[in-house]
Ligand binder design. Structure first.
Ligand SMILES: *[C@@H]1O[C@H](CO)[C@@H](O)[C@H](O)[C@H]1NC(C)=O
Ligand SMILES: *[C@@H]1O[C@H](CO)[C@@H](O)[C@H](O)[C@H]1NC(C)=O
Length: 286
């Protein structure tokens, strides 16, 4: 074989040019391997970047939420944000990091996260010759209030306690437990959602007097690994105070330090009559 130096040089240049063109054309779009957690009301960054880290300034960047159809969250094209067709719930809440585009960083900032932001997203980057995308799952969470326990007094053969907690997402479970941590049979959990789609949950339990008279309401959301407990102590040994006079039974339970709540019950027909609040001093006069 007889190859001249100039032919050889020419071939090398051609190869060099080919590899440059192909690296310019192709890029990968990458993001986090794990889902992104976001807290309702807070800001969150959905990471996404190019590999190699070529500049994205001249590229088209689309952020989509994947529902039944793709919904436009943010569009950058021809060097500008173009959000005319953006889904209304994202209006004014999205931005890229303009100073980061030249480093191939096309992450999205989403402000004031909402329950409706929960779900799968796609970061799609497009040049004249090439496009690629990466999908990211966003889990929205909201940790609710500490459970509030209210004492409804005597009901259905015991003391009725109601536990309520507000502001959760996703919906939490409510568990009633005795002082040893054993779960107690309780009514069904009522739930409703507020204007921000956050859950309020409520659950009633009928308890009998125990040695400690201590009961715990636990509100927990296992998916987001959150749990809140409130413990109530029903005070005093005279947890249920009975005065029998003929067939009428009066039940009194401590309410505040010196107030009691009393009910009069005709045992045979199981009819209750609320006597209202009375004071400790007058208790024995019933
Ligand atoms: C790519 O990343 C390297 C190191 O992080 C940085 O020095 C370089 O400037 C980046 N390239 C571009 C095009 O921004
Ligand atoms: C992209 O830019 C954001 C904002 O400056 C930064 O928080 C993030 O770490 C950057 N991501 C990468 C992969 O450089």
């Amino acid at each position: 074989m007889n190859i001249s130096w100039s032919e050889c040089l020419c071939f090398i240049l051609l190869l060099l040019q080919l590899t440059t063109v192909s690296t310019l054309k192709r890029f990968e779009v990458l993001g986090p391997p794990d889902p992104v957690d976001a807290v309702v009301g807070e800001d969150v960054v959905l990471p996404c970047y190019l590999k190699p880290n070529i500049s994205a300034v001249d590229l088209s960047i689309q952020w989509l939420q994947l529902e039944s159809s793709d919904r436009l969250v943010h569009l950058y094209q021809d060097h500008e944000d173009r959000n005319k067709n953006q889904v209304p719930s994202y209006r004014g809440r999205t931005s890229l990091f303009p100073e980061q585009l030249k480093n191939g960083n096309v992450s999205l900032k989403l402000r004031n996260a909402q329950v409706s932001d929960n779900g799968e997203y796609k970061c799609l980057v497009e040049s004249q010759e090439w496009y690629e995308d990466y999908s990211i799952h966003v889990y929205i969470k909201a940790v609710g209030t500490h459970p509030m326990i209210s004492n409804e007094g005597y009901k259905e053969g015991g003391i009725s306690l109601v536990c309520e907690s507000k502001g959760w997402f996703p919906q939490p479970q409510v568990v009633w437990m005795d002082s040893e941590g054993h779960s107690l049979p309780a009514g069904h959990t009522e739930r409703h959602t507020d204007s921000m789609d956050l859950f309020t949950v409520r659950r009633r339990v009928i308890v009998q007097e125990t040695e400690t008279n201590r009961f715990t309401c636990r509100v927990q959301q296992q998916q987001i690994n959150e749990m809140k407990d409130t413990i109530t102590n029903i005070p005093g040994e005279l947890h249920i105070f009975r005065i029998n006079s003929f067939s009428i039974t009066t039940f009194c339970i401590p309410y505040e330090s010196d107030e009691w709540k009393c009910w009069k019950i005709a045992s045979d027909i199981y009819k209750k009559e609320k006597l209202g609040t009375i004071y400790k001093e007058t208790l024995f006069d019933i």
